[in-house]
Design a protein around this ligand. Structure first.
Ligand SMILES: CC(C)(COP(=O)(O)OP(=O)(O)OC[C@H]1O[C@@H](n2cnc3c(N)ncnc32)[C@H](O)[C@@H]1OP(=O)(O)O)[C@@H](O)C(=O)NCCC(=O)NCCS
Length: 160
């Protein structure tokens, strides 16, 4: 029988203070810096769930709600929302904390799909994620719906 794991097994938090080297020419944090951290944070959750090598298959559209400033602490909270046979959707919530005031704002959310690979580099089965709380169940259902849309689009382009 296929193994199952709770969402809590993948839950991860990555936080990093933004430095001048993370800034764009306008002086606030570069979107590319945030995207790289999203992929890093999401991959940790995916590996915690699968305990295998994972590769990112797709990153959904992402909106930036607020600017993030140099000196802010960027906090990325990630966990597995939904699993297929070899792939999983990881949700990442991105927050920025002003370290002087303690004010935290939700700056965006992103969904990244990872595929687990075996030692030959072929997609391999992962445990099913087992949502327990009301919120985990809502995310599971929404993740399932997003996967259907994603795969329909990829098929249209001949990429899945
Ligand atoms: C992702 C990858 C492994 C999929 O390989 P593939 O030959 O299409 O494999 P399969 O058709 O067997 O599909 C494997 C899983 O990927 C999923 N998948 C494939 N294309 C996808 C896409 N565009 N979006 C989301 N999921 C996708 C499939 O649904 C399947 O999941 P499931 O088993 O849960 O149903 C392959 O395309 C790849 O290696 N891409 C490059 C990854 C990479 O370099 N990422 C960036 C750096 S890590």
């Amino acid at each position: 029988m296929r193994q199952s794991k709770p969402v809590s097994a993948s839950r991860s938090i990555l936080s990093m203070q933004m430095l001048p080297s993370d800034a764009n020419p306008m002086g606030f944090v570069h979107g590319g810096t945030i995207l790289k951290l999203v992929d890093t944070a999401a991959a940790v959750a995916a590996m915690r769930h699968a305990r295998q090598t994972v590769v990112s298959a797709s990153i959904d559209k992402m909106d930036f709600y607020h600017r993030v400033f140099v000196g802010d602490l960027l906090i990325l909270k990630s966990s597995v929302n939904y699993t297929g046979r070899t792939s999983m959707e990881v949700g990442v919530r991105i927050e920025a904390e002003d370290l002087k005031t303690g004010k935290t704002s939700h700056t965006g959310s992103s969904y990244v799909t990872y595929v687990a690979l075996d030692d030959e580099g072929e997609p391999t089965e992962i445990p099913e994620v087992n949502p327990h709380t009301k919120e985990e169940k809502r995310r599971w259902l929404e993740g399932k719906q997003r996967r259907e849309v994603r795969l329909r689009l990829a098929r249209k382009r001949g990429k899945a």
